[in-house]
Design a protein around this ligand. Structure first.
Ligand SMILES: Nc1ncnc2c1ncn2[C@@H]1O[C@H](COP(=O)(O)OP(=O)(O)O)[C@@H](O)[C@H]1O
Ligand SMILES: [Mg+2]
Length: 316
């Protein structure tokens, strides 16, 4: 049998958070998806739609409520902590808080060495060589080994975070809002760095962001999520988006003037409470094109060309 081109196969995945005295929240609902080896897959959607929860489930940092996760043809859904240990070095996460999450009392060398210490018994010198080589890959150098977080800029800290994530040679990296809330010039530098590293190391990225412009810049395919559901999969954001939610999301971000952006809310219907409807389409309460069928039947995620998928009754 040849090597599979899929890194992940995700089937009917659910995550439900049960909280005391509160209604159940489905952060991810019946999600089906494959992630191809060496692709940069974008994941966009409003805050709270379940993006981070999905990323964490793929790394088994959150346990799915239902469904299966196949990684490199192994069903890891019910892997124990010890079973995960053997493959966890192959999957890493870079997140927005990375830059600030470092222990302020640790110098850079120690921050990057920590994952190495968990997985290898090489000498300290050998590890230092690897760390210096990695610092150079991310545009820093050996003078950074002894620096502390407060002695560096936000961009330098972000580079250290990337070095730490890549030091174990992972195959898969979840970038969770990795370039959100940093200024434009720096954002472009980090995006270029991530793209270069991807080519050098043959990485596969799940690139989570609410910033459609950033996603558009580096992603091969983009998943649009709404309330725990995939509503559209787009080969490229320039292609014609179809789902009313994606259209509204895109229109809202492409309007540079924040006052006009406010007006673009007419693209959505306002509702007091945004929660998953009991039946039918997840977006029905806010959709301007909802028909009767949308309140009864959930639309399937379908494609005419096996590339562009949309879950909307307008297109079935
Ligand atoms: N540990 C948790 N306990 C309870 N609810 C959670 C927890 N983590 C996330 N949620 C809820 O799950 C939903 C999805 O959250 P999240 O995956 O963080 O969204 P996103 O990353 O898209 O902003 C939200 O409604 C959030 O409040
Ligand atoms: Mg998040």
């Amino acid at each position: 049998m040849g090597e599979s081109v899929n890194l992940f196969e995700i089937n009917s995945l659910y995550k439900c958070y049960n909280q005391k005295e509160k209604p159940k929240v489905y952060a991810v609902y019946n999600l089906n998806l494959t992630i191809k080896k060496r692709e940069t897959l974008g994941l966009v959607g409003e805050s709270g739609c379940g993006k981070s929860t999905l990323g964490k489930m793929l790394l088994k940092l959150e346990q799915p409520t239902r469904g299966t996760i196949i990684f490199n043809q192994q069903d890891i859904t019910n892997y124990s902590f010890n079973q995960m240990r053997k493959i966890r070095n192959g999957m890493q996460m870079i997140f927005q808080g990375n830059a600030n999450a470092f222990n302020p009392y640790f110098p850079v060398e120690q921050i990057i060495r920590e994952p190495l210490d968990n997985y290898s018994h090489e000498s300290k010198e050998k590890k230092r060589e690897k760390i210096v080589a990695m610092l150079e890959k991310v545009g820093l150098n050996k003078t950074y080994l002894t620096r502390y977080g407060h002695e560096m800029s936000g961009g330098q800290r972000q580079r250290v975070g990337i070095a730490r994530a890549l030091i174990l040679n992972p195959e898969f990296v979840v970038c969770d809002e990795a370039v959100s809330s940093i200024d434009y010039a720096l954002k472009n530098q980090i995006l270029t760095l991530l793209t270069d590293l991807k080519k050098q190391f043959g990485l596969t990225y799940l690139f989570i962001s609410h910033d459609i412009a950033a996603v558009n810049k580096i992603c091969d395919r983009v998943i649009v999520m709404y309330l725990g559901n995939i509503v559209e999969i787009i080969p490229n954001i320039n292609d014609k988006v179809q789902h009313p939610y994606t259209k509204a999301l895109l229109a809202a971000t492409l309007i540079p003037d924040p006052r006009k952006r406010e007006k673009s809310r007419v693209l959505f219907k306002e509702t007091e409470e945004i929660k998953i409807p009991e039946k039918g389409c997840v977006f029905q309460n806010r959709c301007l094109y909802a028909q009767q069928v949308c309140t009864i039947e959930p639309p399937a995620l379908v494609s005419k060309d096996n590339e562009h998928y949309v879950a909307c009754h307008l297109y079935q």
